[in-house]
Design a protein around this ligand. Sequence first.
Ligand code: ADP
Ligand code: MG
Length: 566
Amino acid sequence: ETQAETRAFEAEVAQVLHLVTHSLYSHKEIFLRELISNASDACDKLRFESIASPDLLAGDAELRIDVSWDKDARTITIRDTGIGMSRDEVVANIGSIASSGTRRFLEAMGSEQKADARLIGQFGVGFYSAFVVADRVTVLTRRAGAAPEDGVKWDSDGRGEYTLESATLPERGTTVVLHLKDGEDEFLDGWKLRGLVRKYSDHVAFPIRMPKEAPAGDDDSDDKKADAAPEWETANDASALWSRPKSEISDEEYQAFYKSLGHDFNDAAAWTHNRVEGSQSFTTLLYLPARPPFDLMMGGRDERKGLKLYIKRVFIMDAAEELLPNYLRFVRGVVDADDLPLNVSRELLQHNRQLERIKGACVKRVLDLIEKLSRDEPEKFAAFLRAFGNTLKEGIVEDASNRERIAKLLRFASTKSDGEAQTVSLDDYVGRMAPGQDAIWYVTADGYRAAAGSPQLEAFRAKDIEVLLMSDRIDEWMLGNLHEYAGKPLKHVAKGELPLDAADKARQEEAAKAAAPLLEKLKRLLGDRVEDVRVSARLTDSPSCLAMSEWEMAPHLAHLLREAGQ
Ligand code: ADP
Ligand code: MG
Protein backbone atom coordinates (compact mmCIF):
# COMPACT_ATOMS: atom_id res chain seq x y z
CA GLU A 1 0.00 0.00 0.00
CA THR A 2 2.32 2.67 -1.24
CA GLN A 3 -0.24 4.82 -3.01
CA ALA A 4 -1.81 7.91 -1.57
CA GLU A 5 -5.31 7.61 -0.20
CA THR A 6 -7.89 9.99 1.15
CA ARG A 7 -9.95 9.01 4.15
CA ALA A 8 -12.70 10.61 6.17
CA PHE A 9 -12.27 11.24 9.86
CA GLU A 10 -14.48 9.23 12.15
CA ALA A 11 -17.63 11.24 12.69
CA GLU A 12 -16.63 11.87 16.28
CA VAL A 13 -13.27 13.29 15.27
CA ALA A 14 -14.99 15.89 13.17
CA GLN A 15 -17.11 16.75 16.19
CA VAL A 16 -14.10 16.99 18.48
CA LEU A 17 -12.25 19.10 15.96
CA HIS A 18 -15.16 21.47 15.83
CA LEU A 19 -15.42 21.68 19.61
CA VAL A 20 -11.71 22.09 20.13
CA THR A 21 -11.18 24.77 17.53
CA HIS A 22 -14.18 26.74 18.76
CA SER A 23 -13.43 26.46 22.46
CA LEU A 24 -9.74 27.11 22.60
CA TYR A 25 -9.52 30.45 20.85
CA SER A 26 -8.76 32.20 24.12
CA HIS A 27 -6.12 29.59 24.97
CA LYS A 28 -4.67 29.11 21.52
CA GLU A 29 -1.16 28.75 22.78
CA ILE A 30 -1.77 25.38 24.42
CA PHE A 31 -1.39 23.72 21.01
CA LEU A 32 2.35 23.85 21.65
CA ARG A 33 2.03 22.26 25.08
CA GLU A 34 -0.13 19.47 23.65
CA LEU A 35 2.18 18.71 20.72
CA ILE A 36 5.29 18.78 22.92
CA SER A 37 3.50 16.56 25.42
CA ASN A 38 2.82 14.04 22.62
CA ALA A 39 6.45 14.22 21.52
CA SER A 40 7.54 13.64 25.09
CA ASP A 41 5.15 10.66 25.43
CA ALA A 42 6.64 9.26 22.22
CA CYS A 43 10.16 9.57 23.66
CA ASP A 44 9.01 7.93 26.90
CA LYS A 45 7.54 5.03 24.93
CA LEU A 46 10.70 4.49 22.92
CA ARG A 47 12.90 4.64 25.99
CA PHE A 48 10.69 2.03 27.61
CA GLU A 49 10.58 -0.28 24.57
CA SER A 50 14.32 0.02 24.07
CA ILE A 51 14.95 -1.62 27.42
CA ALA A 52 13.84 -4.90 25.90
CA SER A 53 14.96 -4.04 22.34
CA PRO A 54 18.04 -1.79 22.39
CA ASP A 55 18.23 -1.98 18.57
CA LEU A 56 15.29 0.41 18.37
CA LEU A 57 17.66 3.23 19.25
CA ALA A 58 20.06 2.35 16.41
CA GLY A 59 21.40 5.33 14.50
CA ASP A 60 20.44 7.92 17.06
CA ALA A 61 20.34 7.16 20.73
CA GLU A 62 19.31 10.67 21.69
CA LEU A 63 15.70 11.28 22.63
CA ARG A 64 14.82 14.91 22.08
CA ILE A 65 12.28 17.36 20.76
CA ASP A 66 13.09 20.14 18.31
CA VAL A 67 10.83 23.16 17.86
CA SER A 68 11.48 25.45 14.91
CA TRP A 69 9.64 27.93 12.72
CA ASP A 70 9.85 29.38 9.25
CA LYS A 71 8.63 32.95 8.78
CA ASP A 72 8.45 32.72 4.99
CA ALA A 73 6.64 29.41 4.77
CA ARG A 74 4.58 30.43 7.85
CA THR A 75 5.09 27.07 9.52
CA ILE A 76 5.95 25.77 12.96
CA THR A 77 7.61 22.36 13.14
CA ILE A 78 7.75 20.06 16.16
CA ARG A 79 9.99 17.07 15.64
CA ASP A 80 10.77 14.25 18.03
CA THR A 81 13.09 11.24 17.93
CA GLY A 82 10.54 9.11 19.78
CA ILE A 83 8.70 5.93 18.92
CA GLY A 84 6.99 7.18 15.73
CA MET A 85 3.94 5.55 14.18
CA SER A 86 3.23 2.94 11.54
CA ARG A 87 0.57 3.60 8.93
CA ASP A 88 -2.01 1.66 10.94
CA GLU A 89 -1.11 3.51 14.09
CA VAL A 90 -1.52 6.85 12.35
CA VAL A 91 -5.00 5.82 11.24
CA ALA A 92 -5.91 4.50 14.67
CA ASN A 93 -4.41 7.35 16.70
CA ILE A 94 -5.07 10.49 14.76
CA GLY A 95 -7.88 9.54 12.42
CA SER A 96 -10.22 8.15 15.04
CA ILE A 97 -10.92 8.54 18.69
CA ALA A 98 -9.57 5.72 20.73
CA SER A 99 -10.12 7.05 24.20
CA SER A 100 -13.37 6.39 25.99
CA GLY A 101 -12.77 9.61 27.88
CA THR A 102 -13.29 11.47 24.65
CA ARG A 103 -16.58 9.75 24.09
CA ARG A 104 -17.75 10.74 27.54
CA PHE A 105 -16.56 14.24 26.83
CA LEU A 106 -18.63 14.37 23.66
CA GLU A 107 -21.70 12.99 25.38
CA ALA A 108 -21.34 15.51 28.15
CA MET A 109 -20.93 18.39 25.76
CA GLY A 110 -24.00 17.26 23.87
CA SER A 111 -25.75 20.16 22.28
CA GLU A 112 -23.66 22.68 24.13
CA GLN A 113 -21.16 23.55 21.46
CA LYS A 114 -18.64 25.44 23.50
CA ALA A 115 -16.49 23.23 25.68
CA ASP A 116 -14.66 24.53 28.69
CA ALA A 117 -11.11 25.03 27.47
CA ARG A 118 -9.52 23.66 30.59
CA LEU A 119 -11.10 20.29 29.93
CA ILE A 120 -9.74 19.68 26.49
CA GLY A 121 -6.31 18.39 27.37
CA GLN A 122 -7.70 15.79 29.72
CA PHE A 123 -9.48 13.91 27.01
CA GLY A 124 -6.78 12.84 24.66
CA VAL A 125 -7.92 15.36 22.10
CA GLY A 126 -4.60 17.11 22.42
CA PHE A 127 -3.39 16.56 18.87
CA TYR A 128 -6.40 18.29 17.38
CA SER A 129 -5.54 21.50 19.20
CA ALA A 130 -3.07 21.99 16.30
CA PHE A 131 -6.05 23.07 14.21
CA VAL A 132 -6.74 25.98 16.52
CA VAL A 133 -3.84 27.86 14.92
CA ALA A 134 -3.24 25.89 11.72
CA ASP A 135 -5.39 25.44 8.64
CA ARG A 136 -3.25 22.55 7.47
CA VAL A 137 -1.24 20.05 9.49
CA THR A 138 1.29 17.63 8.05
CA VAL A 139 2.63 14.70 10.04
CA LEU A 140 5.70 12.78 8.88
CA THR A 141 6.41 9.73 10.95
CA ARG A 142 8.45 6.57 10.96
CA ARG A 143 8.23 3.97 13.64
CA ALA A 144 11.43 3.07 15.49
CA GLY A 145 12.81 -0.11 13.95
CA ALA A 146 11.03 0.40 10.61
CA ALA A 147 12.92 0.92 7.33
CA PRO A 148 13.30 4.48 5.93
CA GLU A 149 10.88 3.75 3.07
CA ASP A 150 8.20 2.70 5.56
CA GLY A 151 7.60 6.27 6.64
CA VAL A 152 4.11 7.79 6.47
CA LYS A 153 2.88 11.23 5.52
CA TRP A 154 -0.46 12.36 6.93
CA ASP A 155 -1.97 15.61 5.84
CA SER A 156 -5.23 17.37 6.62
CA ASP A 157 -6.97 20.71 6.71
CA GLY A 158 -9.02 19.47 9.64
CA ARG A 159 -12.32 19.63 7.77
CA GLY A 160 -13.43 16.05 7.59
CA GLU A 161 -10.76 14.33 5.51
CA TYR A 162 -7.11 13.49 5.60
CA THR A 163 -4.66 12.00 3.11
CA LEU A 164 -2.13 9.29 3.79
CA GLU A 165 0.83 8.37 1.65
CA SER A 166 4.08 6.53 2.00
CA ALA A 167 7.21 8.55 2.51
CA THR A 168 10.89 7.80 2.74
CA LEU A 169 12.15 9.27 5.97
CA PRO A 170 15.83 9.04 6.89
CA GLU A 171 15.16 9.28 10.64
CA ARG A 172 12.76 7.63 13.03
CA GLY A 173 10.26 9.62 15.05
CA THR A 174 7.57 12.16 14.24
CA THR A 175 7.56 15.59 12.65
CA VAL A 176 4.44 17.74 12.93
CA VAL A 177 4.29 20.74 10.62
CA LEU A 178 1.68 23.40 11.29
CA HIS A 179 0.74 25.69 8.42
CA LEU A 180 -0.52 28.69 10.33
CA LYS A 181 -3.87 30.35 9.67
CA ASP A 182 -3.92 33.97 8.61
CA GLY A 183 -3.59 36.15 11.66
CA GLU A 184 -1.59 33.68 13.74
CA ASP A 185 1.79 35.15 12.85
CA GLU A 186 2.53 36.01 16.47
CA PHE A 187 3.68 32.41 16.85
CA LEU A 188 6.35 32.79 14.17
CA ASP A 189 8.59 34.34 16.72
CA GLY A 190 11.46 32.73 18.60
CA TRP A 191 10.97 34.83 21.69
CA LYS A 192 7.29 34.01 21.87
CA LEU A 193 7.78 30.28 21.29
CA ARG A 194 10.63 30.08 23.79
CA GLY A 195 8.40 31.73 26.38
CA LEU A 196 5.67 29.15 25.76
CA VAL A 197 8.10 26.27 26.05
CA ARG A 198 9.31 27.62 29.40
CA LYS A 199 5.79 28.29 30.58
CA TYR A 200 4.21 24.97 29.70
CA SER A 201 6.94 22.45 29.02
CA ASP A 202 9.90 23.38 31.14
CA HIS A 203 9.73 20.09 33.04
CA VAL A 204 9.46 17.80 30.08
CA ALA A 205 12.21 15.32 30.88
CA PHE A 206 13.75 15.43 27.39
CA PRO A 207 15.68 18.35 25.93
CA ILE A 208 13.48 20.66 23.87
CA ARG A 209 15.80 22.37 21.42
CA MET A 210 15.20 25.55 19.47
CA PRO A 211 17.38 27.27 16.88
CA LYS A 212 19.81 29.67 18.43
CA GLU A 213 19.01 33.22 17.42
CA ALA A 214 21.47 36.01 16.76
CA PRO A 215 21.16 38.82 19.31
CA ALA A 216 18.62 41.48 18.34
CA GLY A 217 20.04 44.29 16.22
CA ASP A 218 22.40 42.02 14.36
CA ASP A 219 21.64 43.14 10.82
CA ASP A 220 22.81 40.21 8.79
CA SER A 221 21.33 37.53 11.04
CA ASP A 222 18.83 36.61 8.32
CA ASP A 223 21.53 35.99 5.76
CA LYS A 224 23.52 33.83 8.14
CA LYS A 225 20.50 31.71 8.93
CA ALA A 226 19.81 31.17 5.27
CA ASP A 227 23.08 29.42 4.46
CA ALA A 228 24.17 27.81 7.75
CA ALA A 229 22.33 24.88 9.34
CA PRO A 230 20.78 26.16 12.53
CA GLU A 231 22.69 25.90 15.73
CA TRP A 232 20.41 24.43 18.40
CA GLU A 233 20.13 25.26 22.05
CA THR A 234 18.08 23.64 24.78
CA ALA A 235 15.15 25.79 25.86
CA ASN A 236 13.77 23.83 28.80
CA ASP A 237 15.00 22.62 32.13
CA ALA A 238 14.80 18.95 31.05
CA SER A 239 15.30 17.55 34.54
CA ALA A 240 12.99 15.24 36.40
CA LEU A 241 11.65 17.75 38.92
CA TRP A 242 10.80 15.14 41.54
CA SER A 243 14.38 13.87 41.63
CA ARG A 244 15.72 17.22 42.80
CA PRO A 245 15.96 18.10 46.52
CA LYS A 246 12.84 19.79 47.88
CA SER A 247 14.82 22.75 49.16
CA GLU A 248 15.87 23.61 45.61
CA ILE A 249 12.40 23.64 44.12
CA SER A 250 10.28 26.78 44.26
CA ASP A 251 6.49 26.80 44.62
CA GLU A 252 6.27 28.18 41.09
CA GLU A 253 8.19 25.19 39.77
CA TYR A 254 5.97 22.77 41.66
CA GLN A 255 2.87 24.49 40.25
CA ALA A 256 4.24 24.58 36.71
CA PHE A 257 5.03 20.88 36.92
CA TYR A 258 1.53 20.17 38.20
CA LYS A 259 0.00 22.04 35.29
CA SER A 260 1.95 20.14 32.68
CA LEU A 261 1.31 16.85 34.47
CA GLY A 262 -2.40 17.39 35.05
CA HIS A 263 -3.11 19.34 31.83
CA ASP A 264 -4.71 21.84 34.18
CA PHE A 265 -4.88 25.60 33.82
CA ASN A 266 -5.31 26.08 37.56
CA ASP A 267 -2.83 25.86 40.39
CA ALA A 268 -2.88 22.75 42.56
CA ALA A 269 -4.36 23.16 46.05
CA ALA A 270 -1.45 21.40 47.77
CA TRP A 271 1.29 18.86 47.22
CA THR A 272 3.55 16.49 49.10
CA HIS A 273 7.01 15.48 47.94
CA ASN A 274 8.84 12.67 49.70
CA ARG A 275 11.79 10.43 49.32
CA VAL A 276 11.84 7.10 51.13
CA GLU A 277 15.27 5.51 51.55
CA GLY A 278 15.82 2.00 52.71
CA SER A 279 15.59 -1.57 51.59
CA GLN A 280 13.20 -0.21 49.04
CA SER A 281 13.68 3.37 47.92
CA PHE A 282 11.18 5.50 46.09
CA THR A 283 10.10 9.08 45.54
CA THR A 284 6.54 10.36 45.48
CA LEU A 285 5.29 13.76 44.37
CA LEU A 286 1.53 13.96 44.85
CA TYR A 287 -0.83 16.85 44.19
CA LEU A 288 -4.36 17.73 45.23
CA PRO A 289 -6.07 19.64 42.39
CA ALA A 290 -8.09 22.68 43.35
CA ARG A 291 -10.92 21.83 40.98
CA PRO A 292 -12.43 18.57 39.85
CA PRO A 293 -11.26 17.31 36.51
CA PHE A 294 -14.07 16.74 34.12
CA ASP A 295 -14.16 12.95 34.01
CA LEU A 296 -14.46 12.79 37.78
CA MET A 297 -17.58 14.93 37.70
CA MET A 298 -18.90 12.54 35.11
CA GLY A 299 -18.47 9.68 37.55
CA GLY A 300 -15.94 8.12 35.26
CA ARG A 301 -12.26 7.65 35.46
CA ASP A 302 -9.62 8.05 32.84
CA GLU A 303 -7.17 5.52 34.17
CA ARG A 304 -4.47 6.65 31.78
CA LYS A 305 -4.14 9.89 33.64
CA GLY A 306 -3.43 10.64 37.25
CA LEU A 307 -0.37 8.97 38.57
CA LYS A 308 2.67 8.24 36.51
CA LEU A 309 4.95 5.41 37.46
CA TYR A 310 8.65 5.84 36.75
CA ILE A 311 11.41 3.42 37.53
CA LYS A 312 14.73 5.20 37.98
CA ARG A 313 13.44 8.18 35.96
CA VAL A 314 12.23 6.02 33.09
CA PHE A 315 8.52 6.48 32.49
CA ILE A 316 6.86 3.08 32.72
CA MET A 317 3.13 3.72 32.55
CA ASP A 318 0.15 5.63 33.80
CA ALA A 319 -0.67 3.55 36.83
CA ALA A 320 -3.24 5.43 38.87
CA GLU A 321 -5.20 2.28 39.54
CA GLU A 322 -2.20 0.31 40.70
CA LEU A 323 -0.87 3.09 42.91
CA LEU A 324 -3.94 4.55 44.59
CA PRO A 325 -7.37 3.33 45.63
CA ASN A 326 -10.31 4.53 43.61
CA TYR A 327 -11.53 7.04 46.20
CA LEU A 328 -8.28 9.01 45.82
CA ARG A 329 -8.58 9.16 42.03
CA PHE A 330 -8.44 12.95 42.06
CA VAL A 331 -4.76 12.87 43.05
CA ARG A 332 -2.20 13.71 40.37
CA GLY A 333 1.49 12.98 40.55
CA VAL A 334 4.55 10.90 40.05
CA VAL A 335 5.93 7.81 41.74
CA ASP A 336 9.52 6.91 40.95
CA ALA A 337 10.65 3.54 42.30
CA ASP A 338 14.30 2.51 42.39
CA ASP A 339 13.93 -1.20 42.77
CA LEU A 340 11.17 -2.44 40.51
CA PRO A 341 12.27 -4.40 37.46
CA LEU A 342 12.22 -2.18 34.38
CA ASN A 343 10.41 -4.79 32.32
CA VAL A 344 7.47 -4.79 34.71
CA SER A 345 4.05 -5.27 33.12
CA ARG A 346 0.66 -4.06 34.24
CA GLU A 347 -0.29 -7.62 35.19
CA LEU A 348 2.81 -7.94 37.32
CA LEU A 349 2.14 -4.62 38.96
CA GLN A 350 -1.22 -5.75 40.17
CA HIS A 351 0.34 -8.48 42.29
CA ASN A 352 3.59 -6.88 43.26
CA ARG A 353 4.32 -6.72 46.98
CA GLN A 354 6.75 -3.84 46.63
CA LEU A 355 4.09 -1.88 44.82
CA GLU A 356 1.59 -2.71 47.56
CA ARG A 357 3.93 -1.02 50.00
CA ILE A 358 4.35 2.01 47.76
CA LYS A 359 0.59 2.21 47.40
CA GLY A 360 0.20 2.16 51.18
CA ALA A 361 2.73 4.98 51.45
CA CYS A 362 0.90 7.02 48.80
CA VAL A 363 -2.42 6.68 50.64
CA LYS A 364 -0.80 7.75 53.88
CA ARG A 365 0.88 10.75 52.25
CA VAL A 366 -2.35 11.88 50.63
CA LEU A 367 -4.36 11.57 53.84
CA ASP A 368 -1.60 13.43 55.72
CA LEU A 369 -1.75 16.13 53.08
CA ILE A 370 -5.52 16.52 53.32
CA GLU A 371 -5.29 16.62 57.13
CA LYS A 372 -2.66 19.30 56.92
CA LEU A 373 -4.83 21.30 54.56
CA SER A 374 -7.76 21.00 56.97
CA ARG A 375 -5.61 22.32 59.83
CA ASP A 376 -3.64 25.04 58.12
CA GLU A 377 -5.77 26.32 55.26
CA PRO A 378 -9.47 26.11 56.13
CA GLU A 379 -10.62 27.98 53.06
CA LYS A 380 -8.68 25.85 50.62
CA PHE A 381 -9.81 22.80 52.52
CA ALA A 382 -13.46 23.82 52.24
CA ALA A 383 -13.04 24.29 48.50
CA PHE A 384 -11.29 20.94 48.28
CA LEU A 385 -14.19 19.22 50.05
CA ARG A 386 -16.72 20.89 47.79
CA ALA A 387 -14.84 19.46 44.82
CA PHE A 388 -13.86 16.05 46.15
CA GLY A 389 -15.73 15.45 49.43
CA ASN A 390 -18.16 12.99 47.91
CA THR A 391 -15.33 11.08 46.25
CA LEU A 392 -13.53 10.93 49.58
CA LYS A 393 -16.66 9.46 51.19
CA GLU A 394 -16.25 6.42 48.96
CA GLY A 395 -13.16 5.70 51.05
CA ILE A 396 -15.36 4.96 54.07
CA VAL A 397 -16.61 1.95 52.13
CA GLU A 398 -13.50 1.14 50.12
CA ASP A 399 -10.75 1.53 52.70
CA ALA A 400 -11.74 0.02 56.03
CA SER A 401 -8.22 0.39 57.41
CA ASN A 402 -8.39 4.19 57.09
CA ARG A 403 -12.09 4.57 57.86
CA GLU A 404 -11.68 6.65 61.02
CA ARG A 405 -9.06 8.91 59.40
CA ILE A 406 -11.29 9.55 56.42
CA ALA A 407 -14.37 10.09 58.60
CA LYS A 408 -12.42 12.71 60.55
CA LEU A 409 -11.91 14.69 57.33
CA LEU A 410 -15.56 14.79 56.29
CA ARG A 411 -17.86 17.72 57.03
CA PHE A 412 -21.64 17.77 57.25
CA ALA A 413 -24.57 20.08 57.63
CA SER A 414 -26.31 19.75 60.99
CA THR A 415 -29.18 21.14 63.01
CA LYS A 416 -26.62 23.30 64.79
CA SER A 417 -24.77 24.63 61.78
CA ASP A 418 -25.69 27.49 59.53
CA GLY A 419 -27.74 26.41 56.56
CA GLU A 420 -26.78 24.06 53.81
CA ALA A 421 -22.98 24.47 54.05
CA GLN A 422 -21.25 21.30 55.16
CA THR A 423 -19.00 22.52 57.94
CA VAL A 424 -19.48 20.22 60.95
CA SER A 425 -16.88 17.54 61.56
CA LEU A 426 -17.61 14.42 63.58
CA ASP A 427 -15.14 15.73 66.14
CA ASP A 428 -17.14 18.97 66.42
CA TYR A 429 -20.25 16.89 66.96
CA VAL A 430 -18.74 14.58 69.55
CA GLY A 431 -17.19 17.57 71.33
CA ARG A 432 -20.61 19.10 71.98
CA MET A 433 -22.65 15.97 72.71
CA ALA A 434 -24.95 16.42 75.68
CA PRO A 435 -24.04 14.65 78.93
CA GLY A 436 -25.53 11.17 78.75
CA GLN A 437 -25.95 11.30 74.95
CA ASP A 438 -24.53 8.06 73.69
CA ALA A 439 -24.97 8.21 69.91
CA ILE A 440 -24.22 10.39 66.91
CA TRP A 441 -27.61 11.07 65.35
CA TYR A 442 -28.24 11.72 61.68
CA VAL A 443 -31.11 11.94 59.26
CA THR A 444 -30.91 11.16 55.54
CA ALA A 445 -33.00 12.66 52.77
CA ASP A 446 -32.60 13.45 49.12
CA GLY A 447 -32.04 17.13 49.68
CA TYR A 448 -30.95 19.52 52.38
CA ARG A 449 -34.45 20.98 52.80
CA ALA A 450 -36.06 17.60 53.17
CA ALA A 451 -33.48 16.61 55.75
CA ALA A 452 -33.72 19.83 57.74
CA GLY A 453 -37.52 19.80 57.64
CA SER A 454 -37.94 16.18 58.68
CA PRO A 455 -40.57 15.73 61.43
CA GLN A 456 -38.24 13.12 62.91
CA LEU A 457 -36.12 15.99 64.18
CA GLU A 458 -38.77 17.53 66.44
CA ALA A 459 -37.94 15.56 69.54
CA PHE A 460 -34.24 16.09 69.00
CA ARG A 461 -34.72 19.83 68.62
CA ALA A 462 -36.84 19.89 71.75
CA LYS A 463 -34.09 18.14 73.66
CA ASP A 464 -31.39 20.26 72.04
CA ILE A 465 -29.69 17.20 70.57
CA GLU A 466 -27.70 17.89 67.41
CA VAL A 467 -28.56 15.87 64.31
CA LEU A 468 -26.37 15.60 61.20
CA LEU A 469 -28.27 16.31 57.99
CA MET A 470 -27.16 13.94 55.25
CA SER A 471 -28.43 14.69 51.78
CA ASP A 472 -25.71 13.70 49.30
CA ARG A 473 -26.50 10.73 47.10
CA ILE A 474 -23.60 8.75 48.43
CA ASP A 475 -24.44 9.27 52.11
CA GLU A 476 -26.69 6.23 52.58
CA TRP A 477 -24.07 3.98 51.09
CA MET A 478 -21.34 5.54 53.19
CA LEU A 479 -23.39 5.34 56.39
CA GLY A 480 -24.02 1.67 55.72
CA ASN A 481 -20.30 1.27 56.43
CA LEU A 482 -19.81 3.87 59.12
CA HIS A 483 -21.30 2.35 62.23
CA GLU A 484 -19.30 4.28 64.78
CA TYR A 485 -16.89 7.13 65.24
CA ALA A 486 -14.69 7.77 68.28
CA GLY A 487 -16.40 4.86 69.99
CA LYS A 488 -19.89 6.35 69.51
CA PRO A 489 -22.45 4.59 67.37
CA LEU A 490 -23.99 6.48 64.45
CA LYS A 491 -27.78 6.21 64.44
CA HIS A 492 -30.54 7.24 62.09
CA VAL A 493 -33.14 9.37 63.89
CA ALA A 494 -35.93 7.21 62.53
CA LYS A 495 -34.40 4.07 63.96
CA GLY A 496 -33.97 2.73 67.44
CA GLU A 497 -34.74 4.24 70.80
CA LEU A 498 -34.65 7.91 71.53
CA PRO A 499 -32.41 9.05 74.33
CA LEU A 500 -34.88 9.47 77.21
CA ASP A 501 -34.37 10.47 80.79
CA ALA A 502 -36.39 9.12 83.75
CA ALA A 503 -38.96 11.91 83.65
CA ASP A 504 -39.48 11.36 79.93
CA LYS A 505 -40.06 7.69 80.52
CA ALA A 506 -42.65 8.26 83.22
CA ARG A 507 -44.45 10.72 80.98
CA GLN A 508 -44.38 8.32 78.08
CA GLU A 509 -45.85 5.48 80.12
CA GLU A 510 -48.63 7.74 81.28
CA ALA A 511 -49.38 8.81 77.73
CA ALA A 512 -49.31 5.22 76.51
CA LYS A 513 -51.89 4.21 79.08
CA ALA A 514 -54.16 7.09 78.20
CA ALA A 515 -53.87 6.40 74.48
CA ALA A 516 -54.31 2.64 74.65
CA PRO A 517 -57.89 2.57 73.33
CA LEU A 518 -56.92 4.87 70.45
CA LEU A 519 -53.96 2.67 69.53
CA GLU A 520 -56.19 -0.41 69.39
CA LYS A 521 -58.55 1.35 67.04
CA LEU A 522 -55.72 2.58 64.75
CA LYS A 523 -54.17 -0.88 64.57
CA ARG A 524 -57.48 -2.35 63.55
CA LEU A 525 -57.98 0.33 60.90
CA LEU A 526 -54.47 0.07 59.45
CA GLY A 527 -54.30 -3.71 59.62
CA ASP A 528 -51.48 -5.28 57.61
CA ARG A 529 -50.14 -2.00 56.41
CA VAL A 530 -48.24 -1.42 59.65
CA GLU A 531 -46.29 -3.60 61.98
CA ASP A 532 -47.25 -1.67 65.09
CA VAL A 533 -48.74 1.60 66.28
CA ARG A 534 -47.04 3.16 69.29
CA VAL A 535 -47.07 6.27 71.39
CA SER A 536 -44.01 8.23 70.39
CA ALA A 537 -41.64 10.59 72.12
CA ARG A 538 -40.29 11.62 68.74
CA LEU A 539 -42.80 14.36 68.04
CA THR A 540 -43.59 17.72 69.54
CA ASP A 541 -45.66 19.50 66.88
CA SER A 542 -46.71 16.90 64.29
CA PRO A 543 -49.47 14.48 65.39
CA SER A 544 -47.85 11.36 63.86
CA CYS A 545 -44.89 10.05 61.91
CA LEU A 546 -43.65 6.84 60.31
CA ALA A 547 -40.86 5.11 62.20
CA MET A 548 -38.65 2.14 61.46
CA SER A 549 -37.22 -0.65 63.50
CA GLU A 550 -33.43 -1.04 63.81
CA TRP A 551 -33.01 -3.36 60.89
CA GLU A 552 -35.23 -1.62 58.39
CA MET A 553 -34.06 0.29 55.36
CA ALA A 554 -34.07 4.05 55.71
CA PRO A 555 -36.92 5.58 53.65
CA HIS A 556 -34.48 7.53 51.53
CA LEU A 557 -32.52 4.38 50.64
CA ALA A 558 -35.71 2.50 49.88
CA HIS A 559 -36.63 5.36 47.58
CA LEU A 560 -33.24 5.23 45.81
CA LEU A 561 -33.54 1.48 45.29
CA ARG A 562 -37.03 1.85 43.88
CA GLU A 563 -35.68 4.50 41.53
CA ALA A 564 -32.96 2.10 40.41
CA GLY A 565 -35.63 -0.49 39.69
CA GLN A 566 -34.73 -2.86 42.54
P1 ADP B 1 -3.23 11.63 23.97
O1 ADP B 1 -1.85 12.22 23.94
O2 ADP B 1 -3.99 12.03 25.19
O3 ADP B 1 -3.27 10.16 23.74
P2 ADP B 1 -3.50 13.11 21.53
O4 ADP B 1 -4.64 13.59 20.72
O5 ADP B 1 -2.59 14.19 22.03
O6 ADP B 1 -4.07 12.28 22.75
O7 ADP B 1 -2.70 12.08 20.69
C1 ADP B 1 -3.37 10.95 20.15
C2 ADP B 1 -2.44 9.81 19.88
O8 ADP B 1 -1.66 10.05 18.72
C3 ADP B 1 -1.42 9.55 20.97
O9 ADP B 1 -1.95 8.74 21.99
C4 ADP B 1 -0.32 8.82 20.19
O10 ADP B 1 -0.63 7.45 20.07
C5 ADP B 1 -0.40 9.46 18.84
N1 ADP B 1 0.62 10.50 18.70
C6 ADP B 1 0.41 11.83 18.72
N2 ADP B 1 1.57 12.51 18.57
C7 ADP B 1 2.55 11.58 18.47
C8 ADP B 1 3.98 11.63 18.30
N3 ADP B 1 4.64 12.79 18.26
N4 ADP B 1 4.65 10.45 18.22
C9 ADP B 1 4.00 9.27 18.29
N5 ADP B 1 2.66 9.16 18.45
C10 ADP B 1 1.93 10.30 18.54
MG1 MG C 1 -1.49 14.22 23.93
